[in-house]
Design a protein around this ligand. Structure first.
Ligand code: DX5
Ligand code: ZN
Length: 227
């Protein structure tokens, strides 16, 4: 945590052949959460990983596991990802017909529910569910791949959401996911996001995980919260 901002490295860009090592590196470098991207080839075009990977990560770290379910019919999968070790279970509003029920499903298991918004989905889509969730994720790319460019329209969206949460006296955290790096992390934080996901900015061939995390932390150390 730096300046009230949590960093959630996404293992989607990690080297899966040495995943445990990469997770430990991220933890040693100050990660607050480990973000795990689950894709089913239906809700998003590609398939990524499932419960066995979550179980493996659970064994190597005590950090909060932030599970991002990019899957159709999330109600069918929530229990399995909780059993595998997930702590925050994020489901897409576009994927859940009965979003409220899925949120309750997570809550009843003593875990934290989160809801996610695709770039074209308005903030209004989560207005009614806000008091029930621990986190709202604003997607700043179209879900499916790491390494895509940041969609700027996510920032005013984060601001609107921050205002709504403030006005309602609510506690939901705001996570931003997609295209986040040291150049735009301060703007994300200033807009009101307090959990930053980063895959390719943390796990890449250009520098070590420690160096990449340090760059993000330095950028955030200079932030002044305006929201
Ligand atoms: C995208 C995933 C993101 C992704 C972020 O579908 O939800 O979490 O891993 O990757 P970067 O940080 O490289 O944009
Ligand atoms: Zn994600």
């Amino acid at each position: 945590m730096i300046n009230g901002i949590k960093l959630a490295p996404s293992i989607l860009s990690a080297d899966f052949a040495r995943l445990g090592e990469q997770v430990r590196e991220a933890e040693a470098a100050g990660a607050d959460y480990i973000h795990i991207d689950v894709m089913d080839g239906r809700f998003v075009p590609v398939i990524s990983l499932g419960t066995p990977v979550v179980e493996s990560v659970r064994r190597v770290t005590g950090l909060t596991l932030d599970i991002h379910l990019m899957v159709a019919e999330p109600e069918k999968h929530v229990a399995a990802f909780i059993d595998a070790g997930g702590d925050i279970i994020n489901v897409h509003v576009e994927a859940a017909t009965h979003l409220h029920r899925v949120v309750q499903q997570v809550r009843s298991r003593g875990k934290k529910p989160g809801v996610c918004l695709n770039p074209a989905t308005p903030v209004a889509a989560v207005e009614e569910i806000l008091p029930e969730v621990d986190q709202v994720m604003v997607m700043s790319v179209n879900p499916g791949y790491s390494g895509q460019p940041f969609i700027q329209a996510a920032l005013p969206k984060v601001r609107r959401l921050r205002r709504l949460i403030g006005e309602g006296g609510l506690a939901a955290e705001i996570e931003i996911d997609g295209g986040v790096g040291s150049e735009n992390a301060p703007r994300c934080a200033a807009a009101g996001a307090n959990v930053l996901v980063a895959a390719s900015a943390v796990f890449n061939d250009r520098a070590s995980v420690a160096e990449n995390m340090a760059r993000l932390r330095e950028a955030l150390a200079r932030v002044e919260r305006t929201a």
